[in-house]
Design a protein around this ligand. Structure first.
Ligand code: NAD
Length: 552
């Protein structure tokens, strides 16, 4: 058996593979497992409950050797984290194609998935874990910053200044919440059941205080609210105990959400038990664990409904918590919205979504230079400038230096081409990897999240992410992935990812322009096809050809 080991992506300009297009996935899969980046690297778990980078250690090591041996006209196929074949394709084709966690719909149940996973036949890829473009907590930080900013604007607040945000979960994704709240000038109370997770966020500066007692936490919160000072307080405890407790005490926050791993009943920790007891029950009696977990999520959601009733802005932050509570009998669980229809869809209609990039050199200066280039490209975008300034000041890099910002149609291609020029001109030490989350305008079908409440009722139609994956593959993305279940759990979503490398060559420029145009372009098309007027206008404005789109 291949043993776990500590993994860190190589830095510098020396290649371990036959080209930068192959070196990029070689570094990025290792970067996903860097102890600074991954939540449980010894189990190959990157983030999001059980989201893995490779199926097992033998598969991981074989992916690395396969990439080292891969020729520039070959493509490696990865099936649920296991390298299954190498085929001769052509230099413009993706170097890696990945399919993770996919099951035929009738069999796409958690039980069947768990049976296969226990036999080592499948792996949970989450979104960017199994597609090797996770950049640590910064990725979700930007998304959370955008979401809270949009929420404040829609509520007519200049920012979250003087506002109290209650949430839970300080894991790989959830850990971004305290910093996103303070970057929006608000006061956050974040409940986390595992003291080690909270400690980690304290050490990397994402949360400012961590306390054990509710009284102490509320004193810190009230003090900051009174002084209208931004502040974040982590509180050790279980959300399914503490949300109801706050309701009983009549404490009504301005904003309430949650980022516990509700997508996975075996990762969510049931209330009224210690972490050790939970760990024992999880392995000893998974069925009883599931029952207790679901019952806790029902309590958790009932408290959120009570907050909503009392006037708080309550939303589901994409972990499928409402569905679990609904399945357990909370019939009003969907009375508060998901964050996409509430705050993000207008951005998707413009093809706007998460655009991230990573400096393969490992040199932080490469990222600072690209930050400056992006500011220069979009001088009018003050929101973007504020983010890039704050990110430089507050975000500690995890693993290879990386940056993320939300860019729209046209902007992504422009930024990608600029990076490619910078590599070509020797301004950067090494090539740049450009990718994104699967949570994007045209790349995901997820009826409880990204495609919740679509105008034409096509929430569950997953032709769109399939078209997205195929389009990115023919366009020449460096690696393309298609996953099931990430974010909201098995049975609830399908989505595609793409990563493209700017290696400074003219061939890369052609591929970048193509992929970074069609990828957000499909997002506009998906929303225009569903009848969103903003997307129809965007399609017309950009001259995107949609044969069935009626002319005015
Ligand atoms: P994670 O597993 O890394 O962390 C979850 C954290 O919640 C852990 O620290 C855990 O100790 C804590 N926790 C578990 N049960 C708890 C309870 N009952 N009370 C308090 N704390 C509890 O997961 P993550 O990567 O942080 O993701 C969290 C959730 O957000 C997942 O369901 C994920 O799918 C979802 N997600 C949302 C988005 C988005 O864009 N909104 C993006 C990615 C993931």
């Amino acid at each position: 058996m291949t043993e776990p080991r500590t993994v860190r992506a190589p830095r510098g300009t020396q290649l371990h593979c036959k080209s930068w297009l192959i070196e990029a996935p070689y570094r990025m899969i290792q970067n996903n497992l860097d102890p600074e980046v991954a939540e449980r690297p010894e189990d190959l778990v990157v983030y999001g409950g059980r989201g893995q980078a490779a199926r097992d250690w033998e598969s991981f090591e074989t992916i690395l050797t396969s990439l080292q041996e891969l020729d520039e006209d070959e493509t490696l196929l990865v099936q649920s984290g296991k390298p299954v074949a190498v085929f001769k394709t052509h230099p413009d084709a993706p170097r890696v194609l990945i399919a993770n966690s996919n099951l035929v719909p009738h069999w796409a149940t958690q039980e069947h998935f768990d049976e296969l996973a226990a036999r080592g036949l499948i792996m949970y890829g989450q979104m960017t874990a199994g597609s090797w473009i996770y950049i640590g907590t910064q990725g979700i930080l930007q998304g959370t910053y955008e979401t809270l900013g949009s929420l404040a604007r829609l509520r007519g607040w200049p920012s979250l200044r003087g506002k109290f945000v209650l949430t839970a979960g300080l894991g790989g994704m959830g850990g971004a919440q305290p910093l996103a709240i303070t970057m929006n000038e608000g006061v956050g109370l974040i409940i986390e059941v595992d003291p080690a997770r909270a400690q980690r966020r304290l050490e990397n500066g994402y949360v400012e205080f961590v306390v054990d007692e509710l009284e102490e936490a509320m004193t810190l919160v009230q003090e900051a609210l009174d002084g209208e000072e931004p502040r974040s307080v982590g509180l050790i405890g279980n959300a399914a105990d503490l949300y109801p407790e706050l309701v009983v005490r009549g404490v009504i926050p301005d904003v309430v959400t949650d980022q516990t791993p509700a997508h996975d009943v075996l990762s969510y920790v049931p209330n009224d038990m210690t972490l050790e007891a939970a760990a024992e029950l999880r392995t000893g009696d998974p069925q009883e664990y599931t029952r207790r977990s679901m019952a806790s999520m029902a309590r958790h959601v009932e408290a959120m409904l009570a907050f909503k009733q009392a006037g708080a802005e309550v939303f589901d932050y994409g972990n499928n918590l409402r569905q679990r509570a609904y399945d357990y009998g909370v019939s009003e669980a969907f009375e508060f919205p998901g964050f996409v229809p509430a705050y993000i869809r207008p951005l998707f209609c413009e093809g706007k979504g998460p655009f991230r990039w990573v400096a393969l050199s490992g040199d932080e200066e490469d990222i600072y230079k690209t930050d400056a280039a992006v500011m220069e490209l979009f001088p009018q975008d003050k929101h973007l400038h504020r983010w890039l300034r704050l990110a430089r000041e507050k975000v500690q890099f995890q693993g290879l230096p990386a940056r993320i910002c939300w860019l729209g149609y046209g902007e992504r291609a422009a930024a990608g081409l600029r990076f490619n020029q910078m590599v070509a001109g020797g301004e950067l030490q090494a090539p740049i990897v450009i990718g994104r989350d699967h949570l994007d305008a045209g790349s995901v079908a997820s009826p409880n999240r990204e495609t919740e409440g679509m105008l034409d009722g096509t929430d569950a139609v997953s032709d769109w992410p399939l078209l997205n994956a195929m389009l990115n593959a023919v366009g020449g993305a460096t690696w393309v992935s298609f996953h099931h279940g990430g974010g909201v759990g098995i049975g609830f979503s399908q989505h595609a990812g793409q990563v493209i490398v700017a290696d400074g060559t003219p061939e890369a420029a052609v591929r970048i322009e193509r992929v970074l145009t069609t990828d957000p372009g499909l997002g506009i098309v998906r929303h225009a096809d569903a009848g969103y007027p903003e997307a129809i206008a965007a399609a017309r404005r950009h001259g995107i050809k949609m044969p069935m789109l009626k002319q005015d």
